[in-house]
Design a protein around this ligand. Structure first.
Ligand SMILES: Cc1cc2nc3c(=O)[nH]c(=O)nc-3n(C[C@H](O)[C@H](O)[C@H](O)COP(=O)(O)O)c2cc1C
Length: 99
């Protein structure tokens, strides 16, 4: 990791994950630079970052399909940067990034 620019990207259905990543980024970086993965500008935002927090809701004890698809469609994006996964959940645990 070359620099220390950190941003957040997320998928959120009812808003829990968006709330959590926004609060986390405010605490860690002092500002909330967060982008929904549905937003095409999230790709440019990741390109300009050194560290990325990827946040998603646990679905069926796993990473949601939409998030796995985003990771795979943008495979080269993850090279050379640190990616930290953050999962929210309703009741029981999952294996983050197991997808
Ligand atoms: C289709 C679906 C599957 C889910 N599966 C799980 C699960 O396996 N374990 C769990 O603890 N919560 C599960 N949940 C609950 C969500 O992970 C939880 O409510 C999350 O905080 C929702 O985040 P969001 O508001 O950003 O969408 C599931 C929710 C949905 C809609």
């Amino acid at each position: 990791v070359k620099g220390d620019k950190m941003i957040g990207i997320y998928m959120s259905g009812t808003g829990n994950t968006r709330h959590c990543i926004t609060r986390l980024m405010e605490k860690v970086t002092g500002r909330a630079e967060v982008f929904a993965i549905e937003d095409p500008s999230s790709v440019d935002a990741v390109s300009g970052a050194d560290e990325v927090v990827l946040a998603y809701p646990t679905q069926f004890s796993n990473v949601p399909y939409m998030v796995r698809d985003y990771i795979n469609r943008n495979a080269s994006l993850w090279q050379g940067r640190k990616v930290i996964c953050m999962a929210t959940m309703g009741a029981f645990s999952s294996s983050p990034c197991s997808g």
